[in-house]
Design a protein around this ligand. Structure first.
Ligand code: IVH
Length: 696
């Protein structure tokens, strides 16, 4: 699918577009720092062409549609034969239409086509004299190019001497493979330079750079062979009369690298249908290629067909580029997330400003490992070149350094495991939580022991790590069967600590069901949801007996969440049984189970459950500021639990639905909002009196 052309609706927008495209083209061909990605450039040029078609009398002389594409860089070496560009098609229909117009032009069907990858690099002409490579010239404006002979010897596939002592010009593309690009950026940044945004820019910059302190390799792909004025006349005649496929064999025989040595070799096709089959094959292979291609080049293979078709000033009429969707876009790096995998590997992931690449919206990209981030010199807020081909996970190629504003920030690497807070093993490129596969267990046990869950004092992350490492605990229930002997035997664990921990564990066993449920870490349920479920069903047995429909009677559980909670609970069944067997409480004090009729009649919504009793029945209560007096020791979570025990509903934000705001010391905006809305306010002391019977 082609992305739409840029919309240009007046002369001023047209002039601006021509200027933007011109600037991008200069940058693209000169030093490789185009502010537009290829797709955006293509869209702009198509928009310009569309406007020009409507206003043929107002075409600007420097429009990118009228000249040799990218003809900006002034060179000083004239080309003997102009180095032309190619016209583009973007779909099978456009391609077929091109073949029809070509057949009409030459008065017959094209005998056969030559099909090959369109390599994403820079065109160069390599002049060989008696088999020796003497001069290397860029395309420049198509008529003359820059002498880049200094790069001879750094381009793989472009030998210093040919297998035969011929005088010829080999044309082709200089590019960097993905590996060469990564290497080039590493070397460049190590020398204090800015990284290149993508392999194409890297090849362009490297090819033109003289007197660098370092050299980085590039790769050449030959795709043309022509005589020079000094070529032996017999050879010159042979070259002019040869089919393109034969010329390509000759280029390869001379020892020059061509696509023949890749996974997408050039082929010939008898008709347009066969071409389209090959186009699909090359497109499918694209994601796995070790170098970038941006399309497929289709040429009339026979010299006679080419001659009959002729060339325009910009492009030959006997060849066309079938462009593939762009796989690269520039977007911004907003954040880096650190995720811990099942094996404990801590992997960074880039969060991007969403960008559409080839029809999919990309919001994340892989960053591999911390060293990779450092190597690429990435900063938060950077414009980055994102690459996504096929089903491969999108990756960030490099920052677009020249778009930096100075406001970019360094990426902070984690100092402890972001999941379980243990140390990090940084000895390998891929960082790993020191707990390895146990990381998830340490994290889930630490969570379960936390203040708002089972509140097991003395069981911090360090102690959990110790218990797991000693093999004493493999799940949450194992905590409750720990013996005194096992605990005192642990390092840094005295008699008193042991007794305290055993006492804390005994207390934890009596925690209300809502906290036990929360400690289990059922996905999709946090503290308040666990409380609502526990209050609604009153016992673990009732929760486990509930199907998705019954669960939906709990406020906040919809048709999507309900089945996943049911599934999670089923998965946790063995652990729940083990906890119950260890004596952990499985009921919610003060809650009454839903009556059989309430569920059976199929009424839905929390309102159908028996109305809660208590002094706060029917009220929505918000707590703000610091609690004092009898409430001083209560965490926010405990305050919320208290509100719900007393029949109310706890909420964290003040709205018109709020009935009561408990405003403690230093209450701020919530208090002001409550006053504005005329909502009843109480002090912590008044509130404590109101719910005195429910304080425990
Ligand atoms: S043929 C006159 N073959 O694409 C024919 N060009 O967008 C022009 N390119 O300037 C060259 N792969 O730099 C040809 N297999 C291939 C190519 C190829 C890449 C480049 C070349 C050309 C540009 C046009």
């Amino acid at each position: 699918m082609t992305t739409p052309a840029a919309v240009i609706d007046d002369a001023a927008a047209y002039a601006q577009a021509v200027e933007d495209a011109g600037r991008a083209a200069v940058a693209y061909y000169a030093g490789g720092t185009s502010p537009l990605d290829d797709d955006t450039y293509d869209r702009l040029v198509r928009g310009i062409a569309a406007w020009e078609a409507e206003h043929p009398d107002h075409v600007l002389p420097d429009s990118p549609t009228g000249k040799v594409a990218g003809g900006a860089a002034e060179g000083d070496v004239p080309h003997t034969v102009p180095m032309l560009s190619l016209d583009n098609v973007f779909s099978a229909e456009e391609f077929t239409a091109w073949t029809v117009s070509l057949a009409r032009r030459i008065g017959r069907e094209v005998t056969r086509f030559h099909v090959g990858p369109k390599l994403d690099g820079l065109a160069v002409a390599a002049r060989y004299s008696s088999g020796r490579l003497t001069q290397l010239i860029t395309r420049g404006d198509g008529t003359a190019g820059e002498d880049v002979s200094h790069a001879i010897g750094t381009i793989e596939g472009l030998p210093a001497s040919l297998a035969e002592p011929v005088t010829v010009e080999v044309r082709g593309e200089v590019l960097m493979t993905t590996a060469q690009f990564e290497h080039a950026n590493e070397v460049r940044t190590a020398h204090g330079g800015q990284p290149f945004a993508n392999p194409r820019n890297a090849a362009a910059g490297t090819l033109r750079a003289k007197e660098r302190a370092y050299t980085v390799p590039m790769t050449f792909f030959g795709y043309g062979l022509l005589p020079t004025p000094d070529t032996d006349p017999a050879l010159a005649e042979r070259l002019t009369a040869s089919a393109h496929s034969d010329l390509m064999k000759l280029v390869a025989d001379f020892g020059v690298h061509t696509s023949a040595q890749t996974a997408v070799p050039d082929t010939v096709a008898e008709n347009p249908e066969q071409v389209l089959v090959r186009v699909k094959e090359i497109a499918a292979a694209r994601a796995d290629l070790p170098f970038g291609i941006d399309g497929i080049v289709i040429k009339a293979d026979l010299a006679a067909d080419q001659e009959a078709a002729g060339s325009g000033s910009r492009a030959p009429r006997w060849a066309i580029a079938y462009k593939l969707p762009a796989v690269e876009k520039i977007t911004r790096l907003l954040q880096v997330e650190w995720n811990v995998g099942r094996t404990g590997i801590i992997a960074p992931r880039a969060v991007l400003e969403p960008v559409v690449i080839d029809g999919s919206t990309i919001t994340y990209a892989t960053l591999h490992n911390p060293a990779d981030i450092t190597r690429r010199g990435l900063l938060l807020g950077d414009h980055v070149m994102v690459h996504r081909a096929g089903d491969v996970i999108p990756r960030i190629e490099a920052p677009v350094a020249h778009l930096r504003t100075g406001a970019e920030q360094p990426i902070v690497f984690p100092e402890v495991c972001p999941r379980c807070s243990s140390g990090i093993d940084t000895s390998q490129e891929r960082w790993r939580c020191e707990q390895g596969r146990n990381c998830h267990l340490v994290a889930s046990l630490s969570y379960a022991a936390g203040r708002d869950q089972l509140d097991i004092e003395g069981l911090g992350a360090t102690r959990v790590v110790q218990l797991v490492a000693a093999g004493l605990v493999a799940d949450l229930a194992d905590l409750f069967t720990l013996t005194r002997d096992q605990l005192v035997a642990l390092e840094r664990m005295g008699e008193t600590s042991t007794d305290n921990l055993l006492a804390a564990l005994a207390t934890a066993k009596a925690q209300p069901l809502s906290r036990v449920l929360c400690a289990l870490g059922v996905r999709g349920t946090g503290r308040s949801m666990s409380r609502r479920i526990a209050r609604h069903f009153a016992s673990m047995d009732a929760i486990r007996a509930a199907d998705a429909e019954a669960l939906q009677q709990v406020e906040g559980i919809g048709p999507e969440k309900a089945p996943s909670i049911v599934a999670e609970l089923a998965e946790l069944a063995p652990l729940i049984d083990k906890l119950a067997a260890a004596g952990v409480n499985m009921t919610e004090p003060g809650a009454t189970p839903p009556s059989a009729t309430a569920t059976d009649t199929g009424t839905s919504g929390a309102a159908s459950a028996a109305p809660a009793a208590g002094p706060l029945a029917g009220m929505t209560v918000v707590v703000t500021g610091a609690m004092t007096g009898p409430l001083e020791q209560l965490s926010r979570n405990q305050m919320n639990e208290l509100i719900e025990r007393a029949g109310g509903r706890s909420s964290s934000s003040v709205s018109k639905k709020t009935t009561l705001v408990v405003a403690g010391e230093n209450a701020g905006s919530k208090r002001i909002k409550a006053e504005d809305l005329g909502i009843r306010l109480t002090t912590p002391a008044e509130f404590a009196a109101l719910v005195a019977d429910y304080l425990n």
